[in-house]
Design a protein around this ligand. Structure first.
Ligand code: GLN
Length: 492
């Protein structure tokens, strides 16, 4: 049962083949069995999950009409607050804090009857690409336990790829849903900025952060997308418009006549040969299905990474100022308020978080603001313009999701710049506020590890991602003799 898709689980629940309590217990048993090796979770809410599962079972027994995902389990990235459940953001500074309210995403999950199993590991405050920046422990890639599961949402991607949960929530500021999806052979979507409420998502970089679905199939991701998306008065950047029809698109999967633009700048040097080979294969498949492949150029993308590493640290230096030892979690030291604050920040924040706070504070300081932050914002406009121009000749744009497959734990942890390069192909999407999906495109020849295919669409055209994704997924599943969903060989 745990190896089924969320959609199939939902059908089994609806037909009475299984109850939500049974399904939830089966997932906890799996977690018990494999999470000592994978370490995807920071906290399990066994009691809360079983209680909500039994409520769903009761309602179903009474013949109530339930939402599509009612009774299906999910793993929640520990950057979203859930009432009374510990939320750490992978940081020591929040240790012991229990939020007094639910994030809107969590509220929507509960409204949809989704059963939240627990909170997943992440790079501290979502800063990283490997989950090694978690203050607690790294998470291991189920395909090869000596490798990283991506980041910052490596706990969520590892949980679904090791069948500990069929669904998970991630957040994507520069690639933290899509890159983990790529390196674990799963599906991850960064919705249009403003499409999913940020209320209760602990802020890293507010103009870039966006929560979205992680799943093992395109349709599952779409079902979860519809459950969490929509306008929210509590988030001033939330878009007041109907949610794009993503489930319908995921069921359609028809690319005949769709113009697919290959971004010239997001391939070549720095990309692993086996990743590029899988990318080309996916393009050939789409063209065989009747899509029209065109090449587009986005010259400003060369400056996306430097612009991101000014904007994201600047915003985080402001957002993380709230962790002052007075309001949340950890408090250490003695003396004046300032002394306690300093001692707490010294003890509570990790190296990468401190690096970014210092960088951002510098970039925003008087005299440097225009030269650094101001310039980065101008680059952001150029990137947005590049996308707009490219979308004149293509309905969607594509690239490999990440330049390489999963690397070894420890391989890049002392080299921040090498770590930052993981997001070279995902960051432009966040800077422009548009949407993108990562689909598993098969295994790279060098290491037999998963590679990802990224599809990008204009703001509020999220349905296009699912349409193209579903078409590609169908063919890839038929083509690979070992189905892509049958991953996690070490944990079989
Ligand atoms: N890896 C990128 C960073 O470290 C993106 C992280 C994210 O999307 N949260 O900032």
């Amino acid at each position: 049962m745990i190896r089924k898709s969320a959609n199939e689980m939902a059908a089994s629940l609806a037909s009475g083949e299984v109850t939500s309590v049974e399904l939830t217990k089966a997932h906890f048993a799996r977690i018990e069995e494999v999470d000592v090796k994978v370490r995807a979770f920071l906290h399990l809410d066994t009691e809360g999950a079983l209680a909500s599962a039994s409520v769903i079972d009761e309602r179903r027994k009474k013949g109530e009409e339930l939402p599509p995902l009612a009774g299906v389990p999910l793993a929640l990235k520990d950057v979203l607050v859930q009432k009374n459940v510990p939320t750490t953001c992978g940081s020591k500074i929040l240790q012991g804090w229990r939020p007094p309210y639910d994030a809107t995403v969590v509220k929507n999950l509960k409204k949809n009857g989704v059963v939240i199993l627990g909170k997943t590991n992440m790079d501290e405050f979502a800063m990283g690409s490997s989950t090694e920046n978690s203050a607690f422990h790294p998470t291991h890639n189920p395909w090869d336990l000596t490798r990283i599961p991506g980041g910052s949402g490596g706990g969520s991607s590892a949980a679904i790829s090791s069948f500990e949960a069929p669904l998970a929530i991630g957040t994507d500021t520069g690639g933290s849903i899509r890159q983990p999806a790529a390196v674990t052979g799963t599906v991850g979507v960064k919705p249009t900025y403003g499409g999913v409420s940020r209320y209760g998502l602990v802020a890293f970089s507010s103009s870039l952060d966006q929560a979205g679905p992680c799943a093992r199939t395109v349709l599952d991701a779409a079902l979860l997308h519809e459950a969490i998306a929509g306008h929210d008065e509590k988030d001033s950047t939330s878009i007041d418009a109907p949610v794009p029809k993503v489930v319908e698109a995921a069921r359609r999967g028809d690319v005949k006549g769709v113009r697919i633009g290959v971004i010239k700048e997001l391939q070549g040097e720095g990309y692993q040969a086996g990743v590029l080979e899988r990318f080309q294969e996916s393009l050939d498949i789409l063209s065989g299905l009747g899509a029209e492949i065109v090449e587009v150029s986005c010259p400003s993308f060369d400056y996306a990474l430097p612009a991101y590493y000014l904007i994201a640290p600047s915003e985080c230096s402001s957002n993380l100022a709230r962790f002052d030892a007075m309001r949340f979690g950890l408090r250490v030291g003695e003396g004046s308020a300032e002394e306690v604050m300093n001692a707490t920040r010294e003890a509570g924040f990790g190296r990468e978080v401190k690096r970014r706070i210092i960088l951002g504070t510098y970039a925003l300081s008087s005299g440097y603001y225009d030269a650094y932050y101001g310039s980065a914002q101008k680059v952001r406009t150029l990137i947005k313009n590049d996308f707009e121009k490219a979308f004149l000749s293509a309905d969607v744009l594509v690239s490999p999701t990440a330049p390489t497959t999963a690397f070894k734990i420890g391989e890049k942890s002392d080299d921040p710049l090498a770590m930052y390069l993981n997001d070279i192909a995902t960051i432009p999407v966040n800077l422009a506020g548009i949407c993108a999906i990562s689909i598993p495109s098969g295994l790279a020849k060098e290491d037999s590890l998963p590679a990802g295919f990224q599809v990008m669409a204009p703001a509020m055209a999220d349905d296009r991602l699912y349409n193209v994704g579903a078409a590609l997924e169908r063919e890839l599943l038929a083509k690979w003799s070992k189905p892509l969903l049958d991953f996690a060989p070490e944990l079989a």
